[in-house]
Write a protein that binds this ligand. Structure first.
Ligand code: URA
Length: 433
């Protein structure tokens, strides 16, 4: 078999066999297939797609390229969730403790942020002292004892995806449904949990630009999960504007803490309640979503979800005092209010641009080796559908860097303010089960 012939096949819209896909993934992981040939194949896949069967074979090959985590030493059903990525998305930090407080095990491996989207690990590391490098034995012990751990991915978890994703990132081959589906699902399946709840986002701040594309991606992933015997469901949610009001690592952790205290933005809370209610049904903790919803609200009201977060932070050597006293997080040297230039309703609030601005303020990485400033980011004061008078504060920038006018102009370009009424957008479109 020769890689060049397989590229030719895909270029001509032919279907690849299991053996051919094995040859490609195994050869690429073992350095027999160079990046340039893999790039050509990935680009052909972007143009000509993969069948359901090819996507399933690809996922399976990627899944078996490295470690498959065995969580059987953890009692009970283990649930997992995954968001396809967005700006201001701190749902894992809220949902994890809520679910664990309801008595369901959360053994989660998360990733870092790159470009305009954030990563759960970076957010967690804004808590002074918190350790995300937990070995497998301690990870299992922690989940058995307190019901939750969120740690960094094992370095050998789906190495095929680590290599392919880095290549896709620089060859404009990320936004392709079968490639995203196999990338996400191979990692979720390798992480060993029993159920998977996917939060598939669409809009200006997401990989999928339309609701239809998001549904297609969700169904592709659900089919892969079900095929391998995992209860897989998906929430389809809007990412035209950031989720919640905070963008940036410690700012997002503080917002997540506020939600667990019964405060904080309603859009984030509703997404967590909706997604969480399905996770509790998937875990067979509740008979139906209505019962699950009551339980989730109860663990916020009685403080047990917040306590669960404290337990997790304590176990992972973080300073739990920050949870009651956010001033103990590293503080940004500059907090700059940015004011509206005209009055009216906010019509557009481009998530991606805001994510990029947060990154430039120091809150994200341009390349994977950049260091980040955990205190940097943006707090939004006005979102789509809000009315603002001229001179009202639209947002606050948090940074240690000097802020130039160009960045402020970029920020204004993300906000569209109009003189007619604008309805607040719906966040959750549907749940696919
Ligand atoms: N997230 C992933 O893990 N993989 C993709 O391909 C896209 C988003």
């Amino acid at each position: 078999m020769r890689m060049v012939d397989l590229i030719e096949l895909k270029k001509n819209k032919q279907v690849l066999t299991k053996e051919q896909i094995h040859f490609i993934i195994e050869g690429y992981c073992n350095q027999r297939i160079p990046d340039y040939q893999m790039s050509a194949l990935l680009m052909s896949i972007c143009f000509n797609g993969l069948t359901k069967q090819e996507t399933a074979f690809l996922t399976d090959e990627m899944l078996h390229s490295g470690d498959i985590i065995d969580l059987s030493a953890i009692e009970g059903i283990k649930v997992d969730k995954h968001s396809t990525g967005g700006v201001g998305d701190k749902t894992s930090l809220v949902l994890g403790p809520m679910i664990a407080a309801c008595g369901v095990k959360v053994a989660k491996m998360s990733g870092r942020g790159l470009g305009h989207t954030g990563g759960t690990l970076d957010k967690l590391e804004s808590i002074p002292g918190l350790n995300i490098n937990v070995n497998r034995e301690d990870f299992i012990k922690q989940v058995n004892e307190i019901g939750i751990a969120i740690i960094g991915q094992s370095t050998n978890l789906v190495p095929a995806d680590q290599k392919m994703y880095a290549l896709r990132d620089v060859t404009a081959t990320v936004d392709c449904i079968p490639l995203i589906a196999s990338s996400i699902m191979s990692k979720k399946l390798a992480s060993g949990s029993d159920t998977i709840l996917l939060d598939v986002k669409y809009g200006k701040g997401a990989f999928m630009k339309t609701k239809e594309e998001a549904r297609k991606l969700a169904y592709t992933m659900i089919e892969i999960g079900q095929h391998l015997g995992k209860d897989t469901r998906a929430v389809i949610s809007n990412m035209n504007q950031p989720l919640g009001n905070a963008i940036g690592n410690s700012l997002e952790v503080i917002e997540a803490i506020n939600i667990l205290k019964g405060e904080g933005p309603k859009d984030l809370l509703n997404l967590c309640l909706e997604a969480g209610s399905h996770m509790l049904v998937q875990a067979k903790r509740c008979q139906n979503e209505a019962e699950a919803l009551q339980l989730l609200k109860q663990v916020i009201v009685d403080g047990s979800a917040l306590n669960k977060l404290k337990e997790m932070v304590y176990y992972q050597h973080g300073n739990i005092d920050v949870i009651d006293n956010p001033n103990l997080f590293k503080q940004a040297k500059i907090i700059l209010p940015v004011k509206a230039k005209k009055e009216g309703f906010v019509k557009e609030l481009e998530a991606k641009t805001l994510g990029i601005i947060s990154m430039k303020l120091g809150g994200g990485r341009l390349t994977k080796d950049d260091t980040i400033d955990h205190s940097a980011g943006i707090i939004l004061n006005k979102k789509i559908g809000d009315y603002c008078n001229s001179e009202d504060i639209l947002a606050y920038f948090y940074t240690d860097k000097e802020i130039d006018q160009e960045l402020i102009d970029e920020f204004y370009s993300a906000y569209q303010i109009v003189d007619f009424f604008v309805e607040k957008p719906t966040l959750i479109d549907e749940i696919l089960v």
